[in-house]
Design a binder for this molecule. Structure first.
Ligand code: MRU
Length: 309
């Protein structure tokens, strides 16, 4: 399953806001459509955002738009995942946006398979692996990073059980990771986010593997809730791994200087279409948090398992 594909000068993205109930594609004819898809999270997950952004640049190039202006507009869609900036800069410095985007599309799959292969080494037969959010095929072009490690371990014949945090507020764990594991036939259970610590305390989790939006000096930014999972893992001696491609590494900034996206209060006030708090409630809704380097066991990349920065 590919999260996106390019056909007849258009980009087609699986509309992730409709999963798991509906499997439909959102058609992007212009770079503005790509911007809309990223902002509304029809496409999400750091590597997928990066490749979609590259195709957005290709659409702008085909339409004869001003590429510098387009690059700035695309970069302003979401601030935290560094892949977006990496992808737009890479395309900007190339001779052909479309050729470069197609190259990145192919590389993404190879990179994830390498991450999976390198990560499978840390997974034992019979392991229960807890993951947060969705760092699966849907967050990339195909295969996934954290769920790529799970896939590779399963392909190596290891019997794996997966626990997915639901990942409030938008429930990428419940809607997307559970769905992916079910498609794959890998045993999966869903928990509310606040169960993770208790299950680790009871010895029911062997390893945690999550993805990353940015790896930088001092730690890793990933979906809100990752920090609490990491702290519990540290307390109960559960190895805590991050799986991420090198395109998610930012060697220039401290992780504490990175802008953490603040999203709409509606995401917290409502559960789907159902309001769960009084209308006028003031909300704080950071989309990501930071796991400090010293509580990360290793970063699983296409080049091997690395120490955090
Ligand atoms: O807000 P999202 O759904 O884009 O957040 C996604 C995550 O936090 C993922 O864990 C991260 O991008 C890694 S995806 C391989």
């Amino acid at each position: 399953m590919k999260t996106m594909f390019w056909k007849e000068n258009k980009l087609f993205l699986i509309d992730q806001t409709r999963l798991p109930d509906e499997f439909t594609y959102f058609e992007c004819k212009t770079y503005k459509d790509v911007i809309h898809a990223i902002k509304t999270m029809k496409v999400r997950g750091a590597p997928a955002i990066g490749v979609a952004a590259a195709f957005g640049m290709a659409l702008a190039e085909l339409a004869g738009e001003n590429l510098e202006k387009t690059a700035n507009e695309i970069k302003s869609t979401r601030p935290t995942a560094v892949n977006l900036f990496w992808a737009v800069d890479r395309v900007t410095n190339s001779n052909s946006a479309l050729e470069e985007a197609l190259k990145m599309y192919g590389e993404d799959v190879k990179t994830n398979k390498a991450i999976g292969k390198n990560g499978s080494v840390i997974i034992d037969d019979g392991d229960t692996i807890l993951t947060h959010c969705n760092a699966g095929a849907l967050a990339c072009v195909e295969y996934g990073t954290a769920l790529g490690v799970v896939r590779a371990a399963a392909e190596d014949g290891k019997r794996i059980n997966v626990i997915c945090d639901e990942t409030r507020p938008l429930c990428q764990g419940a809607r997307l990771s559970v769905w992916e594991m079910q498609q794959e036939g890998i045993p999966v259970r869903l928990i509310v986010d606040s169960s993770a610590g208790y299950l680790m305390q009871k010895g029911e989790v062997d390893k945690v593997v999550i993805g990353a939006d940015r790896v930088a000096k001092g730690g890793v930014a990933n979906k809100i809730g990752s920090l609490m999972v990491a702290l519990a893992a540290k307390r109960f001696n559960v190895p805590f791994y991050v799986a991420a491609p090198k395109s998610t590494f930012d060697y220039e900034n401290s992780i504490y200087d990175v802008e953490i996206e603040e999203r709409d209060s509606r995401e917290v006030l409502y559960f789907g279409d159902c309001r769960v708090a009084p209308e006028e409630t003031e909300v704080k809704n950071p989309a990501f948090d930071i796991v400090p380097s010293d509580i990360i066991s290793g970063i699983i990349t296409e080049d091997g398992i690395l120490k955090p920065l």
